[in-house]
Design a protein around this ligand. Sequence first.
Ligand SMILES: Cc1ncc(COP(=O)(O)O)c(C=O)c1O
Length: 483
Amino acid sequence: MRSRRMNGPGEPGYACGVSGNPLAPAWLKAPADPNELAAGVWSQNAIRAADGVIEIAGVRATELAATYGTPLYVVDEADVRSRAAEAKAAFDAAMEGIGTSAKVYYAGKAFLSTEVVRWIDAAGLGVDVASEGELAVALAGGIDPARIGVHGNNKSERQIARAVEAGVGAIVIDSALEVERVASAAARAGRVQRVRLRINSGVHASTHEYLATAHEDQKFGVTIADAPGIVAAIRSLPGLAFIGLHSHIGSQIFEAHGFAEAARRLLSLHASLLDGGPVPELNLGGGFGIAYTSADDPMPIPEIAAGMAAALAAAAGELGIEVPVIAVEPGRSIVGPAGTTLYAVGTVKAVTVETDSGPAVRKYVSVDGGMSDNVRPALYRADYSARIASRVSADHPALARVAGMHCESGDIVVRDEYLPMDVGPGDLLAVPATGAYGWAMASNYNWVPRPPVVAVRGGEARLIVRGETIEDLLARDAGRIAP
Ligand SMILES: Cc1ncc(COP(=O)(O)O)c(C=O)c1O
């Protein structure tokens, strides 16, 4: 394929987007209305106001941008709170239905701030952390340390000590080496530390498929074959209390098969450990998928919970054991759909590309953020969607690519989307479903300050994470010449 830059409307092939563009992927259909907010993709309280401006929880995108600038992460607070409560209710109901109970932890790696910790706490969930920093935020958010779980394949001695001293409810041991490290920290703190053991179950699930192998080639956990010896070592140490196995099979999972397969494998190992002592819990991790585009159709959490419960009940019946307390750790499905990023459009270019069916045009719409505020498109080729947030347009849909402002051709915000043909400088663009792993994975690439996070609720906005300034960044440059 060759590509040639065009200057704008009126050039050959410019209107290719009207009835579908050969450059568009098969899943992306040209919409009848490129202003429409697709159901299931936008946060629960996002609407178009009468004048066409996107409003989230009663706060206009234009006001948010004027007050806080762009790029801006906007979190629909009621959406996070209700998804957290729904996940808890779904797993409580499903596990009660098979004679046990559930513990739902929010995976803080998706997006953590003290305010989010308070929302999660109020909804009755625990919080999982994966670093010393996340632990500090969870504690600063005021959640009972007994409701914190600690993860990581290479936790530092200091991280382990801090977690034990804080009194966290569980540390997930990830390797044989960690058994002694956690036991020493527990001895120093004069505590008995509850621990889980992460198992590499050989099950790996991704959005549209799952693999079940004898052993998955990845860094997390220990093999099913090695587990009994490590559990025996844990049980032999007085400072450790073994509470169960853990497995996390992947992310952005759309159906229940992978969880069911992992549940069967883990429960069989769990049954074999009962001879050596009690195993009160089983943690099946997170990974429940969300819709980033209108083509995504994730399974509702109550159905995932029901599928998991059915698999657990059947496996426990075959093994002749009771189903233990089941823990899960959703992150993305709690905060992802509640987040929207607002950007300002700076430049627009039309690029003509030769295709088998003739020349086709893709509009490059460049915004004032990019891979520093959302690295997922560059890292995973993740797809997103976008809409003009500051107005509606009567123009045709045109195939567009929303690009960032970084010095990197892979700096894509939305790879494929139909936007109104007249999208241009001065427009605000909203990208939905950015609540998970956007801010959390943000960087200062190109010395770009990380944007603020604003929570919106009932017509009011409040800053929950301050944005960085260039001064913040320069303050860390030790060789800086004082002004
Ligand atoms: C151990 C563990 N638990 C939970 C999660 C949360 O996954 P998700 O945000 O996809 O629900 C992750 C994410 O990678 C994880 O590694």
